[in-house]
Design a protein around this ligand. Sequence first.
Ligand code: SF4
Length: 439
Amino acid sequence: MALSGIQIYKLLPQTNCKECGFPTCLAFAMKLAAKQVELSACPYVSEESKAQLAESAAPPIRLVTLKSDGYEVKAGNEVVLFRHEKTFYNKPGLFVKIDDLQSPEEIKDAIAKADAYQVNYVGIGLGVDGFAVEAASGEAGKFGAAVQAVRSASKRPLILVGSDAAVLEAGLKVLTGETVMIYAADANNWEAMTHLAKQHKAVLAVSAPDVESMAALTEKVKEKGVEDLALAVDGGNLSKMLALSTQIRRLALKKNFRPLGYPTIVFPKNPEAAAQAIVKYAGFIVLDHFAPELVYPLLVLRQNIYTDPQKPIQVQPGVYEINNPQPNSPVLVTTNFSITYFSVANEVEGSGLPAWLTVCDAEGMSVLTAWAAGKFDAERIAKAIKTFSVADKVERKRVVLPGHVAVLSGELEEELPGWEIRVGPREAVDLPKFMKEAL
Ligand code: SF4
């Protein structure tokens, strides 16, 4: 049974020392009861109390990790229903499925292509996380060869898909030392699958037609000694998938219902279902094929959903050289919000025109937001120009302000005597034309 805030409070030191970041032990206890903090934030809890608090301190959704040579995919450990309440922590692993009906050579080619796929999104490298191998043939020999072929083309973590434990074992034998997921145990095969998962220290996906039977099945599997589980959510119908995923997350977080306190796994039947699974609340997503036009938007969506809403993605403030700038090249100015930086940098780079791009520390905000918040003003811009010794790089001292902050030009002239202050366009897309015609 989960403890209430008052019950937890009684087990805390009650000294109100504030070291946990909360003004009182009671405030900390309430947060702990709501799963919004970790017990380790209080350094003064006695060992006896720790033992009693263990259940309340345990994450409501168990952290499950798949591992292979140098790769890890983690899912679970989430503490909120909505990302704006805090943040989502572990991005759902994006897997691509292949089956053992193809020849080993075909499998290797397909896997190598997906494995090599990498995109750069606002300075972050994104790609798929692993592969799922389906035992469609029902033959252990074929399945083992298919897993071997996948493993020879990629080192990323694997999910083995099938209903026959004896067939799946042929794949597990190829993957010694790895933490693999077995998909899936159901009412008919759960004993054999649980035995297999225990033997190979694998994560076991559990499949059932409704939450009640799923909860009953996870309890039975857990009793047999397998605790790293994933809950299979059908990815065929958007509304049913949304309802089930939300019900599982809500019961785990709000009711602390341990039998459903595991990450989910979804095999979406279409791109819309895959997108929904990212937003609501999959731990592992298995796509039925690889295509860049399918994977790219999903990777970007996932990146955005799993970015801490209170910490925008930022680039390092500094001077960025674009297209080999010379001493007579202009100095452009922008903020360190990643999307703003890459919008400007990509436009200028694409134009082939050289420039010194000075990025000011605006606490990760875009130009207008930072200006409105007082984080991108003449003083900060001048400070960046001076701190990064921009004057030493140029002969002609010209600074181009973003058009949205044209109002700063007068103040900047005062802050930077001897510099020519120019007002550029409002939108990054208009920069090449401005640079060609007005500079
Ligand atoms: S650190 Fe521990 S003892 Fe101090 S206020 Fe927080 S909960 Fe209380």
